[in-house]
Unconditional design. Structure first.
Length: 256
């Protein structure tokens, strides 16, 4: 049974069809890439999966459970987390607090206990802090735990954003252009890092990316969008040799 199953997904913006009859099934712990030019509908698909938009038509299921109509925070609790093309951190908060925030959906104290610092509040705050520090240690970010997020170099900010997403304990991780702004050496490191994430956290990954060397190197399957419609799907080697993809999307980067 697929972990993620999307059927007939369609979405309109003021009469413009941004995503048309999109179908996708992703197995547990699979790594699938969605590629295509700017405006192809890739991020719209992510926004539909995570509840930012409600689809005009179609169905999105996580482990058989319908997500359509669910709020973004409810979808997060069901097991989906994401990052963004433009890194979205709480830049004036510390690295630790950025990860602590991701744990608050599971905090076992009431608003009154939080306001008055009574009951379960102190024990829960300690547990959340320890859990966040443990995760930062796994990501080798514990040495900057008390620095403000804005002070981190770009690569570590990207790493922190992924760590924060994983703090919600997702079954499905959506990565939106994680290689944006990276140089070739950083992209190679990112490829290894994404593989490490999948193995370490046993997580399924759906990836949007323009860097063809990255998607061809780590994705097990690819889906290609053009103006919201799927024009190719399959193994990277098959997609790589598809004439429509070569002409419209990969261009010179498709050459060996």
């Amino acid at each position: 049974m697929p972990l993620l199953e999307i059927s007939g997904l369609t979405h309109y913006f003021a009469g413009l069809c941004a995503v048309s009859d999109f179908h996708l099934a992703v197995a547990p712990q699979e790594l699938v890439g969605i590629i295509g030019p700017n405006g192809a509908g890739k991020t719209t698909v992510f926004n539909l999966i995570t509840g930012v938009y409600r689809p005009s038509e179609g169905s999105i299921r996580l482990d058989g459970r319908e997500l359509t109509g669910q709020s973004p925070h409810a979808i997060t609790r069901l097991g989906i987390a994401r990052t963004f093309q433009n890194i979205r951190l709480f830049k004036d908060l510390t690295v630790l607090d950025n990860v602590r925030i991701a744990h608050y959906g599971e905090a076992a104290y009431s608003p009154v206990e939080a306001l008055l610092h009574i009951g379960r509040f102190r024990a829960e705050e300690k547990r959340i802090t320890v859990s966040a520090l443990d995760l930062l240690a796994v990501f080798k970010l514990d040495f900057v735990a008390h620095e403000k997020a804005r002070s981190l170099p770009y690569g570590l900010q990207r790493k922190l954003e992924i760590a924060r997403a994983l703090a919600t304990r997702p079954r499905l991780l959506l990565l939106d252009e994680p290689a944006a702004g990276m140089n070739p050496n950083e992209i190679l490191q990112l490829m290894e890092f994404i593989g490490w994430i999948r193995r370490t956290f046993s997580v399924t990954i759906l990836l949007i990316e323009h860097q063809m060397r990255l998607v061809m190197g780590i994705c097990e399957r690819l889906v290609v969008l053009d103006f919201g419609a799927t024009i190719a799907a399959g193994l990277p080697a098959a997609v790589r040799s598809d004439p429509k993809v070569l002409e419209a999307y990969l261009g010179e980067e498709a050459a060996p």
